[in-house]
Design a protein around this ligand. Structure first.
Ligand code: HEM
Length: 465
């Protein structure tokens, strides 16, 4: 029986259970992996492709056979994870296959067959999109991102040798049907506790919307029954019907891909300067920028790091933002109800429900320098990837309507110091929990090097091309 609109809008009490999928069986078998849950592999290769015009039929044949051999379904991903937990048997090489709007067109699809999301159809190079996101001119992007991109092949594994062998095999097949515009290597950066971090040194990937039973039960046990923040999410924020799917429950998801270079040296020096200006320590200064300490402790809960990787918090007891500033990266990108406390808001519960519809499933990896003790200025950063059902209402909304503007919950808050160009100085609490603030303009140490919008179609579409 087909999934109903209600099935997509409602969160099953304990999430979807791939071991007992019930009505979600076909859905999980036809949906690509990495959407409902990150693939979890340590190394990844992204191949950006352009189909060769005279080779459209062979390209379709190649996609079909690649999908049959490599592309991992949500079901397969869950089965392999179970096998690993129970028998310590590693999963196979993981793969995703995604297309741009131009990629669909180049394969001969008619407009009505192409996924409808508007930013997806416009492409990230579009001037209107760039302006709303605050992105640099396309001429400043890395060369390959300036080209017309048709497809993204993501291949991932825990063993770098297996991965590079597989990638070489795939590239050898591909050269008949596509130009490989660029190969981007990515990896999971870890601290000395083996936690996943990004280049500035902060634990990353902590707060995510959760869809699957195991993730929900794990988080619930750890985070006191979601009393302050409930991370469960309905399917309609992450998937849409695949217009070309061959099954009753064929779904896909939109991927936002952005290469974000991080100037680690610049960030660390600016953080020190901020600490000196406020007369606080470096760790607290960093926490005021990000909203969490490097070890993940939310700064709204503590003025010192306590190794608490909790996600069960909101800003209810910190509405004057004297502990976690409004501009802090995680407060701007997930206000946890803040927008319901302003005068014009429809009320706390309604505002919170609306905010929750803007959530994205982040699936980032790092690139460049892989020694976390180094402080590169160029050549390293985050391959920011996120899945969603509606790009305008999710990624674009977060970046353009929350992170970039100076007005956020209140006037004169300033932009998100991690990902937005500053126009005014932000206001920083001089002492944690005290109302007195000091102005300081934290510079932007992240540069956007290019990117694109993709769609991850269903397996039944890919294998029936
Ligand atoms: C959370 C770093 C870019 C959206 C975080 C966290 C860190 C971080 C350290 C806290 C850990 C966690 O909750 O997972 C970075 C860095 C970036 C970057 C270094 C660029 C190089 C972005 C972009 C967006 C974004 C471009 C979207 C526009 C989010 C969201 C959260 C988050 C939604 C979770 C907030 C929450 O639920 O509390 N990021 N991020 N990030 N980031 Fe970013």
């Amino acid at each position: 029986m087909a999934l109903t609109e209600k099935d997509l809008q409602e969160i099953p009490e304990t999430g979807i259970d791939p071991e007992n999928p019930g009505k979600y069986q076909e859905f999980l078998e036809d949906l690509q992996g990495n959407i409902l849950k990150g693939h979890g592999r340590d190394y990844s290769v992204h191949l950006f492709l352009k189909w060769i015009p005279e080779q459209v039929e062979p390209a379709k044949q190649w996609i079909k056979s690649f999908a049959q051999t490599y592309v991992t379904s949500a079901r397969q991903q869950a089965d392999e994870a179970l096998k690993y937990r129970e028998q310590n048997i590693c999963g196979s090489v993981f793969a995703n296959c995604l297309f741009t709007r131009k990629g669909y067109q180049a394969l001969g699809f008619e407009p009505f067959q192409i996924p409808k999301d508007q930013p997806f159809r416009m492409g990230m190079k579009n001037a209107q999109i760039r302006e709303s996101l605050g992105d640099p001119e396309v001429t400043e992007w890395e060369q390959y991102f300036r080209e017309e991109i048709h497809a993204l092949i993501l291949i991932a594994d825990d063993n770098p040798d297996t991965l590079s062998k597989t990638v070489e095999e795939i590239k050898a097949q591909l050269c008949e049907v596509a130009v490989i515009i660029h190969q981007q290597d990515g990896f999971i950066l870890r601290n000395n506790k083996r936690q996943v971090i990004e280049h500035f040194g902060f634990v990353d990937g902590v707060s995510q919307p959760l869809f699957l039973k195991r993730d929900i039960v794990n988080a619930q046990t750890k985070d006191c029954n979601f009393s302050l923040w409930d991370p469960r999410a309905p399917l309609d924020i992450i998937v849409v019907k695949d217009p070309n799917g061959k099954k009753t429950d064929s779904y896909g998801s939109y991927l936002v891909y952005r290469k974000l270079e991080q100037n680690v040296k610049g960030f660390r020096e600016d953080k020190k300067q901020l600490a000196n200006t406020l007369g606080i320590n470096n760790d607290l200064a960093g926490a005021l920028v990000v909203g969490r300490f490097p070890d993940g402790t939310p700064v709204t809960k503590s003025k010192v790091p306590t190794s608490t990787l909790t996600n069960n918090f909101n800003y209810q007891d910190d509405f004057p933002a004297t502990k976690c500033p409004f501009h802090a990266h995680i407060r701007k990108t997930n206000p946890r109800g803040d927008t319901g406390r302003v005068e014009s808001s429809p009320g706390f519960d309604e505002a919170l429900a609306m905010e929750k519809n803007h959530r994205i499933a982040r699936r980032a990896m790092s690139y460049g320098e892989n020694d976390p003790n180094q402080t590169p200025e160029t050549g390293s950063g985050l391959l920011f990837l996120c899945f969603q059902a509606n790009i305008e209402n999710q990624f674009n909304f977060i970046q353009a309507r929350w992170s970039n503007p100076d007005r956020f919950v209140q006037v004169g808050v300033g932009s998100d110091p991690l990902i937005s160009k500053p126009k005014i100085n932000q206001k920083w609490p001089k002492q944690w929990g005290e109302a007195e603030t000091e102005d300081y303009g934290f510079k932007l140490w992240v540069s956007m090097k290019g990117g694109e919008y993709f769609f991850a179609p269903s397996l039944s579409f890919l294998t029936c091309l």
